[in-house]
Design a binder for this molecule. Structure first.
Ligand code: SAH
Length: 395
């Protein structure tokens, strides 16, 4: 058990352990079960990274913990804020690999777009992430740490009792709704979308562990109803994901004919459209209250005709579905162009008239290369060429 935990300078990282493994680790350390529960609270509810701040534990025990363990956050090597409020963090892990995490604030929610792999093996031809060479799975710690880094940066962790004045709310805010200790505005992180770099169903076990930690009501406390996993269509894993995790499902469909989808999403050769839609029809937990999202990137002259829209409606008949139209976000050298506004509106109208919600996703954070399909490679390119994306950069 203990040997599975990554080590840095001999001390082991406790972040990323689920409840069972944290309890087992503490049992091996000679601590009683309630100690593991207290630790859980400090790590995942309070977001503490220093054992000395865990004031409900005896000083001696805190000292022993600090000798053997640590609570690691990946290094934030770059932090950007878009003109529209979107934030992007480039995170570096001890082995030098990097991923990006994007925070998208809206009036009533804050969505964190989380990466599941360094790079991606799918090579979808319209996605910039797929042009990267380095690929590896993220560990549960590296996935869950993205949520924790966002909470750190947004100043979202509840203040310890001792720091609070009597009668003040658990998260202290000033007159502008800001946490006075940081610049963080509400709403903070209320939703997670697994739509960052990588294919989450190719790293299912680690994603599942991380999401179970994120869902725990005594920890990060983000309910499964507020978590959406997006897949290009790894059919054999879809059922398991629904049965075990029961998160919302999004499918990167992007085309309605196999011949075109093969070109856009090469994984389609392995799991063609009919099989993918069958898996959606059988997705455990899908209902009118919990619809499956079909993502559809709008590519000029490729997949954006009225006939395509009508075929889409025919294909998804019987599935509790909504359709998310994504204007193509360009990147240097991309072999596609974004559809015209008129074509997107006409497509949306056809889908909407058939009874499906078909919003056009507003591109967010394009100015900091944080929009769909722009992650990571653009940062690398900008740094290599010495050019920075134009945006407010904060440390
Ligand atoms: N591998 C998973 C998770 C990545 S989600 C999946 O494919 O679903 C990233 C989303 O952004 C996907 O829907 C992807 O198709 C979309 N996307 C990728 N490149 C894009 C681009 N250049 N413009 C708009 N959307 C893009």
């Amino acid at each position: 058990m203990a040997s599975e935990i990554p080590t840095t300078n001999q001390r082991r990282d406790l972040v990323g352990l689920d409840r069972i493994n944290l309890a087992a680790e503490m049992a091996g350390f000679g601590a009683q079960p309630f100690r593991a529960r207290q630790l859980w609270h400090w790590i995942y509810h309070r977001g503490v990274t220093d054992f000395s701040q865990m004031t409900s534990l005896s000083k001696a025990f805190r000292g022993r913990l600090a000798e053997d363990y640590e609570l690691i956050r990946p290094a934030v090597t770059r932090s950007l804020v878009s003109a529209d409020g979107t934030r992007k963090w480039l995170l570096r892990f001890p082995d030098g690999h990097e991923v990006e995490t994007v925070y998208i604030p809206e009036e009533d929610r804050g969505t964190l777009c989380v990466s599941s792999q360094v790079g991606c093996t799918l090579n979808c031809t319209f996605c910039h992430t797929g042009t990267q060479l380095l690929v590896r799975n993220l560990t549960p710690a590296e996935i869950v740490a993205q949520v924790m880094v966002a909470r750190d940066a947004l100043g979202e962790w509840p203040l310890p009792q001792a720091d609070r004045l009597p009668g003040t709310p658990e998260v202290a805010t000033d007159a502008h709704g800001l946490n006075p200790r940081t610049e963080g505005p509400r709403p903070g992180v209320t939703n997670i979308v697994l739509m960052g770099m990588g294919e989450p169903l190719y790293n299912y076990d680690n994603v599942a562990t991380a999401m179970k930690i994120a869902m725990d009501p005594e920890g990060l406390s983000i309910s499964r109803r507020k978590i959406t996993l997006s897949t290009a269509g790894v059919v054999p894993m879809i059922r398991r994901c629904g049965a075990e995790l029961a998160v919302n499902l999004a499918i990167s469909l992007h085309a309605v004919r196999d011949e075109i989808r093969n070109r856009l999403v090469p994984l389609n050769h392995k799991y063609p459209i009919a099989e993918l839609l069958d898996a959606c029809r059988n997705y455990p937990g899908a209902s009118n209250a919990r619809r499956i999202t079909f993502e559809y990137v709008m590519l000029k002259g490729v997949n954006d005709s009225p006939a395509d829209a009508r075929e889409l409606v025919r294909l998804i008949a019987g599935i509790p579905a909504k359709v998310n139209l994504i204007p193509f976000n360009p990147w240097p050298g991309a072999p596609y162009e974004c559809s015209t506004d008129t074509a997107i509106a006409a497509f949306s109208d056809i889908v909407f008239a058939a009874g499906y919600s078909a919003p056009v996703r507003t591109p967010r954070g394009r100015d900091i290369f944080a929009a769909c399909g722009q992650l990571k490679s653009a940062s690398v390119r900008a740094r290599r060429s010495g050019r920075e994306p134009e945006a407010v950069s904060s440390p």
